[in-house]
Write a protein that binds this ligand. Structure first.
Ligand SMILES: [Zn+2]
Length: 66
């Protein structure tokens, strides 16, 4: 009887626990070591949308408002 299909856990190719290095300054999601993030004035942002939200910027359709 093969029980291998019950043996796997969450995918972790390197078998090393991820190291949490901080949180997104906007959405507070955890940032792991090696993640590509945006840094501004010592704060980290998980992506450009979070950075833009912090700055008060947003995506719009040009000429579509008003
Ligand atoms: Zn974020």
């Amino acid at each position: 009887m093969n029980l291998d299909r019950f043996a796997y856990g969450r995918p972790d190719p390197q078998d090393v626990p991820e190291k949490k290095v901080g949180y997104c300054n906007t959405c507070q999601s955890a940032i792991m070591q090696g993640d590509e993030v945006i840094e501004l004035d010592g704060d980290m942002y998980c992506d450009s949308v979070c950075l833009m939200r912090k700055l008060g910027a947003r995506y719009v359709g040009a000429g579509m408002e008003g």
